[in-house]
Design a protein around this ligand. Sequence first.
Ligand code: ADP
Ligand code: TYD
Length: 208
Amino acid sequence: MKEKGYFISFEGIDGSGKSTQIQKLARFLETLGFDVIITREPGGSVGAEEIRNLLLQGNVDRWSAETEILLFTAARRDHLERIILPAMEDDKIVICDRFTDSTRMYQGMRGPNLRNLVDMLNEKIINCDPDLTIVIDIDPQISLKRAKSRETVEERFEDFGVEMQLNMRHGFIELAKEFSNRIEVVNGQQSVDDLAKDICSIVKAKLS
Ligand code: ADP
Ligand code: TYD
């Protein structure tokens, strides 16, 4: 679906440092002369941001896993059509806070056969994986403390608790083995600047 541009996603459990590192990477790439856009999921386009509010607010049992998969996929399709693919067509580097791998993990691990459903919808409706995915690996005890200190209304997923975040952490490591051609795991338990150095050198190597 995409021949121009370069698509990087960031993944990891809540509060792992994705937004912080995305800002750092974007500034780094801009100093190298690249045209960069930053976006996020769920959301990133007007319609998808409306779906984001439905997904991230309210009680943990507001939606079944199946309904969530449909809502995340609908939001992603809109985001892809309106923001990501046009930016790629303009030969930009797109950096996205979460993408398909989050649905594989957060919804796909909630029950038997759900991962198949995610993959099937992904193939039929999205048909686009990132060129490079950075997974920030971190102990959930540390990241949840960081995430909770933000005090937003978007806490539905954080409210699933530490055990779920531990499963996600392991899940992301396994996913990196499954998609070893595009996923790189970095250590989130270091200073912002040390982690940024690791990420910038991975991205620079891929781009050259
Ligand atoms: P995410 O986007 O993955 O949820 P953020 O980048 O928003 O994570 O980081 C969550 C919180 O942790 C923020 O308050 C941020 O300032 C802080 N933070 C991010 N990276 C680090 C780090 N390497 N060390 C300590 N605190 C960090
Ligand atoms: P995000 O805003 O990235 O939260 P954080 O900054 O705390 O990491 O994502 C919001 C939540 O949405 C996050 O808990 C993970 C969840 N999510 C899914 O469950 N499935 C998905 O496909 C996506 C993109 C996010």
